[in-house]
Design a protein around this ligand. Structure first.
Ligand code: NI
Ligand code: MN
Length: 229
């Protein structure tokens, strides 16, 4: 069994009785965040790409807790400059950690730190398959639809797939339905659809469209938690 808690936008915590990890901890500046960066207590911080709504407060949390940032190599090296513990990985690679197993998947997106006067590219973005408590969870991160999601579904017995539905920057609901059919996870958790005007979507109607295809959806509002496994 593993618990999935939504903290707002693309930030989620996966936890078992012993361990927990956080994905893309954008909290301090996130208008819908269910908690602040100072409230987070985890074993590791998984960051999919450098955009500010994902890297968020990762560096601050990592330094406070003394836990690693798990990220694609270039982004991990960027974080290491600030004195963080890092676990650099890359797409296709897996690693066993004390809290569980992490494998990086491709994501069709960008990855950069966008500052006022320049853009610092931080390599390729990624998604994650995390296995904790015997349960594999796919966190797609910001991505467009790609047909290799079928391969991710074929090679992992997924208990949950956390998929963006916001459109504009990522898949919209129609493509997320196709993704869900390829992944065949026990449950789909929609993400990345509410915090900016341009990505507003109706998660309940997405859930109905999934149900019509025989697939389960778990809509988690910021602060809500569900269990899979
Ligand atoms: Ni992004
Ligand atoms: Mn994003």
């Amino acid at each position: 069994m593993v618990k999935i808690k939504a903290l707002g936008h693309a930030c989620f915590v996966l936890s078992t009785d012993e361990h927990s990890v956080i994905f893309d901890p954008w909290l301090a500046e996130n208008p819908e965040a269910a908690c602040g960066p100072g409230d987070v207590a985890v074993d590791a911080i998984l960051v999919s790409h450098g955009h500010s709504d994902h890297l968020g407060d990762a560096i601050e949390i990592s330094k406070r807790l003394g836990v690693p940032i798990v990220a694609p190599y270039e982004l991990a090296m960027y974080c290491a400059r600030f004195g963080c513990d890092v676990a650099p990985m890359h797409i296709g690679g897996g690693r066993q950690f004390d809290f569980g197993h992490v494998k990086l998947t491709q994501a069709l997106h960008g990855s950069a730190i966008v500052e006022d006067d320049h853009i610092e590219y931080t390599g390729m973005p990624c998604g994650f398959v995390v296995t904790m408590g015997g349960c594999a969870v796919y966190y797609a991160a910001d991505t467009g639809l790609f047909s290799d999601m079928k391969l991710i579904g074929d090679t992992n017995d997924l208990r949950a797939a956390i998929l963006p539905i916001g459109d504009n920057f990522t898949m919209g609901p129609a493509d997320a339905l196709i993704a869900a059919e390829m992944l065949r996870a026990d449950v789909v958790v929609p993400t990345h659809y509410s915090v900016f005007d341009i990505i507003q979507q109706d998660a309940d109607s997405f859930a109905e469209d999934l149900q019509a295809r025989g697939l389960r959806c778990m809509v988690l509002k910021p602060g809500e938690e569900g269990e899979v496994g």
